[in-house]
Design a protein around this ligand. Structure first.
Ligand SMILES: [Zn+2]
Ligand SMILES: [Zn+2]
Length: 117
């Protein structure tokens, strides 16, 4: 590649950086959508916890183990810590209970203890 070519490429990239980035984001979103769709189908198109078919206002959430990767951006995650697809409520709920299975079981016991017959 000649010096001219490189400069031309650089100029082109500078000029089109926004477009290139947008294109990449677009491709990423499309891939992500397919991934979520396939995973969701394997769950019978239901939330992996409560079984709802309506994900809520914020849509389906691809849950992952936050103790492994803290990034919201899935591209920065290791790829091995993703779990299931959750509805918005369940996603918030497990976060509120610190993703601690013991706390969640205790919460279930608590609810049952106070449940009216
Ligand atoms: Zn749910
Ligand atoms: Zn990870």
């Amino acid at each position: 590649m000649s010096k001219y070519d490189r400069e031309y490429q650089r100029a082109w990239y500078q000029e089109n950086r926004e477009k290139v980035c947008e294109q990449r984001r677009e491709i990423y979103r499309a891939k992500r959508k397919l991934l979520v769709k396939a995973r969701l189908e394997s769950q019978g198109n239901r939330c992996a916890i409560c079984g709802t078919v309506a994900p809520g206002e914020r849509g389906w959430h691809f849950d992952h183990d936050a103790r492994c990767c803290k990034y919201r951006d899935v591209r920065r995650r290791c790829g091995g810590c993703e779990r299931g697809i959750l509805c918005s409520l369940c996603n918030v709920a497990i976060g509120m209970l610190q993703e601690d299975a013991q706390v969640m079981r205790a919460a279930a016991d608590y609810i049952e203890t106070w449940a009216r017959e």
